[in-house]
Design a protein around this ligand. Sequence first.
Ligand code: DON
Length: 329
Amino acid sequence: MRRELPPVVHEALATLHDELLPVTDGELADYIPPLAKARPDRFGLAVCTPEGGFAAAGDHDEPLTIQSISKVFTMALVLGDRGLEGLLKHVGAEPSGESFNAVSLEEGTGRPDNPMINAGAIVTCSLVKADDSTERFERILGMMSGCAGRELEVDEKVFELEFATSDRNRALGHFMRSAGSLTAEVEPTLEVYLRQCAVLVTASDLAVMAATLAAGGVNPFTDERVMSTEAARHVMTLMATCGMYDASGEWMLRVGSPAKSGVAGGVMTASPAQFGLGLFSPPLDEKGNSVRGVEACHRLAERFSWHAFALPADRQLPAALEDDDAEGA
Ligand code: DON
């Protein structure tokens, strides 16, 4: 059941919104025509806990296309269909260290590096079990809707325009067909992949979707189990190592929670058993991640000390003892 989080959380989000709204750094993604028309001053933040606690600020109910954040949910579906070994047979689990649309296939096997880059996501789509691409897409949409706790829809205009101009993804598909890493037909697979990217969500939805991962696969509002605990753990693992593309290392240093971004300006991050956070702001940095979204997470992670590898508060030595210790050493 949905309940309000304490005022300190609402205030933290509202303050961050006001502090970061004047930031004008970053560029809109312009290779997908409608994204170039997004309003750069849109900025929304929302947090949701596995128990259904919720707080939000700014444009948290403004729709955006989910783009690459969808890759997380298709990966979860394939883990359910084929298990980890079934996925790893076709897609690797290593950071590529390159941009999201790079052509990087593993030597010898031809596998794309991981399911979070475009090449890996295209192959992952093809692995969803279904009789045809209509059913394949419906299953992906069902997984995303289950995580959001409501029926999500596609922005058909964004889909059509990206499908018409997606030369690079099309080239990736043909290249992988020739390398043997994609066995399905390119066009229908690309259609499923770009349709999943064009699903409309809000920052609030992203928070609930991330909270579903943080809760081990159970939606905090509907109580529906949408994926296994193991699948939630596996996707969060790859979000931690590959979710922010070639900025994933620095993200883990500074924020320390598994995350995934998309070119429409969405960011989603999850902290197991603690919270899911959804952010939306269209201007992107040079790695393709939302400028305000990344900075907001830096500040929140520092303030609330949520780094996955930080010692729990009750295990930390008081600062005075640490100083004595250092002197004695
Ligand atoms: O395939 C593409 O290029 C887009 N539909 C999705 C890419 C994306 O969101 C990369 N994220 N930062």
